[in-house]
Design a protein around this ligand. Structure first.
Ligand SMILES: [Zn+2]
Length: 138
């Protein structure tokens, strides 16, 4: 291998390593921002404050908050949507999903679903966990 070629490969490797480091730093920052944004949004939703912003589907997935919990204002039943299974653009806000999850038991006149929170777990997961805790007497 000639000197120039080696020099070029060294240079290419150096650039690739630098890009990797930058990408890792960006990923960490994106994750941190997404987590902070979702925590703030969840808090506002819990207090039923007016929605001023909404995390994107991509932000929720990045932060591993894979489930959007929704509640039917008519019958008060809650369900969860797995964001990973949706065919939506990741830059779409989770609030753009509002018209979609209409309550099965209230159809055909189901009101718009209320967004409860973003969660790392589904409702089924949470019920299983609660059942387990009750069995163990925790
Ligand atoms: Zn309902």
């Amino acid at each position: 291998m000639g000197f120039n070629r080696r020099k070029m490969e060294d240079e290419r490797r150096r650039v690739a390593e630098k890009e990797m480091t930058t990408r890792r730093a960006t990923d960490a920052q994106v994750l941190e921002d997404a987590e902070r944004l979702i925590a703030a949004w969840n808090e506002r939703q819990a207090k039923r404050m007016p929605m001023l912003f909404s995390p994107t589907i991509g932000a929720a997935i990045t932060a591993r908050y894979w489930f959007l919990w929704v509640r039917c204002p008519a019958c008060r039943s809650t369900s969860s949507i797995d964001l990973r299974r949706l065919d939506r653009h990741p830059d779409a806000a989770v609030s753009s999903l509002i018209p979609a999850p209409s309550c099965r038991s209230c159809r055909p006149n189901a009101p718009f679903a209320e967004l409860v929170r973003l969660s790392p777990t589904s409702i089924a997961d949470e019920m299983r966990e609660e059942h387990r805790r009750r069995l163990l007497g925790e």
